[in-house]
Design a protein around this ligand. Structure first.
Ligand code: DGL
Length: 293
């Protein structure tokens, strides 16, 4: 039986992916690997990164504006590839843009942590806003009610990753200062799993691994977010038809200069990114509604 033309057209539309900056490219990389026939539009709000130190009101307003721009570009669903925006604004985005399907990264990150942990004692690191809001704690306990969660904000990691400093003495010294209190050496009941609750942190994984004891598992939300997206596309019959698809494409949108996006983004996406591949957009002029008071 043939699929009605409107449904077929809907399936061909791109998937929107949004982050405060280039960190979400670590998630985009996993999404593309899992769903190679899909087209993606990635928006990095590089003019306003970091979101992690801002108020919930600002984070919500920025997230509404970013999503509106992607909706105006015809996306069929949205992945909020930013832990801070997922922690603060996911429910508002779902309500405001219903029936657009919206997936965040907190629940998938919590799922990855629960799967990896044998003891149920899980440490989470993220930005100030993500940790302060307790979204990871809630998501982990929802999945594993007996879990214990230790959490710590590590804002300097964002700056180091943005600077392209992914390893070295300084990165390891900062990592030690943040992580040793979470994983006291010799303590019998220390966490056995570290969840990287920030899209910028996977590029620092080598340095984090070097300062942690080898039995501690390090996980992030990229793979489980890709699983959640694949499940959603399947459930809603929204996946591209491999035979019909015009070819996998990705568009990159940035709210600040393309050169920096390309240079820093190359580290996060793990392949060369040219400045000519990036379109600069202005979110202030997008029709995104103001944050609710
Ligand atoms: N993308 C943010 C997150 O995952 C990190 C950078 C920021 O603070 O905006 O939380």
């Amino acid at each position: 039986m043939s699929v009605p033309a409107a449904v077929a057209a809907q399936r061909e539309r791109p998937i929107g992916v949004f982050d405060s900056g280039v960190g979400g490219l670590t998630v985009l990389r996993a999404l593309r690997a899992r769903l190679p026939a899909e087209a993606f539009i990635y928006l990095g709000d590089t003019a306003r990164v970091p979101y992690g130190t801002r108020s919930p009101r600002s984070i919500t307003r920025y997230s509404l504006q970013a999503t509106q721009l992607l909706v105006d570009r015809g996306i069929k669903c949205l992945v909020v590839a930013c832990n801070t925006a997922s922690a603060i604004a996911l429910d508002v985005l779902r309500q405001h843009f219903a029936p657009l399907p919206v997936i965040g990264v907190i629940e998938p990150g919590a799922r990855a942590g629960c799967r990896a942990s044998r003891s149920g004692h899980i440490a989470v690191i993220g930005t100030e806003s993500t940790i302060r809001g307790g979204a990871y704690h809630e998501a982990i306990v929802r999945l594993k009610p007996a879990a214990r969660v230790a959490a710590r904000a590590c804002p300097l990691f964002v700056a180091l990753a943005e600077e392209g400093w992914t390893d070295g003495d300084i990165v390891r010294a900062v990592a030690r200062a943040y992580l040793v209190p979470l994983f006291p050496s010799g303590a019998l009941d220390r966490p056995d799993t570290l969840v990287l609750g920030c899209t910028h942190f996977p590029v620092l994984a080598g340095a984090l691994r070097a300062v942690l004891e080898p039995d501690i598992r390090i996980v992030d939300s990229a793979g489980t977010t890709a699983d959640a997206l694949a499940g959603l596309l399947q459930e809603r019959s929204l996946g591209r038809n491999l035979h019909m698809a015009a070819g996998p494409t990705v568009e990159f949108l940035s709210t600040d200069e393309r050169e920096r996006f390309a240079r820093v983004g190359t580290v996060f996406i793990g392949e060369p990114l040219g400045a000519d591949q990036i379109e600069v957009v202005d979110l202030a002029s997008s029709s995104g509604a103001d944050a609710p008071r």
